[in-house]
Design a binder for this molecule. Structure first.
Ligand SMILES: NC(=O)c1ccc[n+]([C@@H]2O[C@H](COP(=O)([O-])OP(=O)(O)OC[C@H]3O[C@@H](n4cnc5c(N)ncnc54)[C@H](O)[C@@H]3O)[C@@H](O)[C@H]2O)c1
Length: 440
């Protein structure tokens, strides 16, 4: 029934937070000719969406189309006035706001949004609204925080509203890891919530997995990423423990075993998901003696970029150029980028550093890191050492950079972008993260 109500445009979808997750939810439903409205506190983002301009331009290649048509046809709408989402027409509410701040789990925004959603109570509702949480949660957040917020306002989950937790796994770099194609886990509080959630999600997701409850689906997201966090960090611990060995090559060959993934040493994790995952999992328990593996993972991952900075400080470089601020290639995301604490440490130790990243302008680089940007590739000649932190396509064209490396004595390449070209250079000491003595 909910599906028909949406498909016949009698009812619409509300999305709280129109960033990567929220906007992509809106766009996928709007592409199915379902009316969506997103609420955000970011006025520019809302204006862009209303003008048919993607506020996150990289999403265009992920979607494979522009959004202007969806705005013209009226299926994609955005507002800074949340009251426009509190009405009898919006029966499905996706929550996709940040649940982290300054590198730590943070739930104040979630509380604020849920309190606004509770205003639905004042409206005469023909159908129970369904609230689907897409944001990442610490285990037990629904039980300890979300459901009590509803109940304090005499809104009973199951009786007055429907509720589900359906975390996201999209990888916004590759178009084939989209909302439609990736396996999606969801879990609900009761049978009706479960049925309606499936009905709604299957409009845009092909592979759904129903967990037995919202408690389970809530844990899946942080635990699956905590596994990755631990494996990535183990690669760094191995490299620190065996500094004279080429751990990169060892791990590449380890990864040829049928049941093992390939993880390389490097600058550490970045972005919203992996660095925070272990913190969410650990935050869910009160016993400090449990999950020592994850506690150690958090510690090592936070320290690796500091260790890398000190290996360069020790070598006495005075001017270091850093290529890349994003935590991932071809993406404009600096959230928890390991480059930020790395350059901070260099600065603290009086090393002159500048950053170039084609996805960020000079002002943005200044605001995020306090550092100046430089002209790439021409001003590479200013530096006696270079650090390539990500594999943006622009950095892969070595020929562009080659003639400006006259003063460069050392290159540290996180992902081996220049490996083929530079390893035979006589005047430049070249290291890929994880090779022998890269941290010495
Ligand atoms: N980006 C990913 O790859 C990814 C993947 C899976 C899960 N997640 C999770 O999804 C959630 C959202 O992530 P994202 O990448 O979309 O973040 P984002 O920063 O791209 O978007 C969040 C949006 O929420 C808005 N916002 C902030 N405060 C608000 C408020 N009080 N009311 C309304 N809007 C508000 C921001 O302006 C922003 O537009 C997080 O919990 C994140 O951990 C993200």
């Amino acid at each position: 029934m909910y599906k028909q109500l949406l498909q016949s445009n009698k009812k619409s979808i509300a999305v709280w937070g129109t960033g990567y997750i929220g906007l992509s939810t809106m766009v996928y439903f709007a592409s199915e000719n379902i009316s969506t409205i997103g609420y955000d506190i970011d006025e520019q983002k809302v204006k862009n969406i209303c003008d048919g301009i993607l506020p996150i331009p990289e999403l265009e290649s992920w979607f494979g189309f522009k959004i202007d048509n969806l705005v013209e046809t009226g299926y994609l709408n955005a507002t800074t006035n949340y009251k426009e989402l509190i009405n009898e027409d919006t029966i499905i509410h996706f929550v996709a706001i940040p649940t982290e701040k300054d590198g730590k789990p943070f739930f104040k925004i979630l509380e604020d949004v849920l309190e606004k959603i509770c205003e639905l109570k004042t409206i005469h509702l023909e159908h129970k609204p369904l609230i689907i949480i897409e944001s990442t949660l610490t285990p037990k957040t629904s039980e300890n925080l979300i459901i009590p917020i509803f109940e304090e306002r005499n809104i009973k989950v199951g009786r007055d509203i429907l509720f589900a937790v359906a975390p996201r796994r999209d990888w916004f770099v590759e178009g084939n890891k989209s909302l439609r194609e990736l396996d999606r886990v969801f879990g609900s509080t009761d049978e009706e919530s479960n049925k309606v959630t499936r009905e709604v999600l299957e409009i845009v997701c092909d592979k759904l997995h129903a967990a037995s409850s919202y408690r389970v689906s809530e844990m899946v997201k942080s635990i699956e990423n905590a596994y990755r966090h631990m494996e990535i960090t183990l690669a760094n611990q191995l490299s620190i423990a065996y500094p004279n060995e080429n751990m990169r090559e060892v791990l590449q060959l380890v990864g040829t075993k049928w049941n093992i993934g390939t993880f390389f040493p490097g600058f550490g994790t970045g972005g919203y998901c992996i660095p925070l995952s272990s913190q969410y999992v650990v935050q869910g328990i009160s016993n400090d003696n449990h999950l020592s593996l994850l506690r150690e993972t958090i510690k090592t991952d936070n320290q690796i970029n500091i260790l890398i900075a000190h290996s360069l400080i020790k070598k006495g470089f005075k001017k270091i150029g850093v290529l890349g601020l994003s935590y991932k290639g071809n993406l404009k995301v600096s959230i928890l980028s390991p480059v930020i604490p790395f350059v901070e440490e260099l600065k603290k130790n009086s090393v002159y550093v500048e950053i170039f990243d084609p996805f960020f302008n000079d002002e943005e680089i200044k605001e995020i890191t306090g550092l100046n940007s430089f002209n790439y590739p021409k001003e590479l000649s200013k530096f006696d050492a270079l650090v390539i932190s990500v594999d943006h396509d622009e950095f892969k064209v070595f020929e562009d950079a080659k003639e400006y490396l006259k003063n460069c004595k050392y290159v540290l390449d996180n992902l081996g972008v220049w490996e083929e070209k530079l390893k035979s250079y006589k005047n430049i000491e070249y290291h890929v993260a994880g090779d022998e003595n890269w941290l010495s």
